[in-house]
Design a protein around this ligand. Structure first.
Ligand SMILES: [Zn+2]
Length: 137
């Protein structure tokens, strides 16, 4: 499996999902305490510079990570310099020059690369069902 997720970017995605969980758990004290502890330890594993960008984005109601598909940033819909895309693919942490989000390169051919919650629902067909119905007639 080909993955272009930088370690920090992966943690930022985790941070996002924890923050969403925290927002949903406003009236649940136990859950909130648990998520806050997780958030704290996750934040402790990230460099201050990365956290600063994340928090600035959050203040503006934006995500700090943007997927890059076919060289286009999903955050601002502008094309990234090809050199930047290649650097992200090579495992270097890069931010979009336009919107400032951390870039996460997603290759359309790699189905397993989509972040959680954004997987397209694929209709599943049972292969044996049709044949069995046919045979019953
Ligand atoms: Zn952008």
């Amino acid at each position: 499996m080909k993955s272009h997720t930088h370690d920090f970017v992966g943690r930022l995605l985790e941070l996002h999902s924890l923050e969403e969980r925290l927002a949903r758990a406003l009236r649940n004290r136990n859950e909130r305490t648990k998520v806050e502890a997780l958030l704290e330890s996750l934040r402790a594993s990230l460099p201050v510079g990365v956290l600063t960008v994340h928090d600035q984005m959050k203040t503006r109601g934006k995500r700090s990570v943007a997927e890059v598909r076919h060289g286009v940033c999903s955050g601002c819909h502008l094309e990234l310099a090809i050199g930047n895309v290649n650097e992200v693919k090579a495992g270097i942490l890069r931010r979009c020059g336009n919107c400032g989000r951390f870039s996460l390169v997603v290759e359309e051919t790699v189905a397993n690369d989509s972040p959680p919650g954004q997987r397209p629902a694929k209709p599943r067909r049972k292969a044996g069902e049709k044949a069995a119905a046919k045979g019953a007639r």
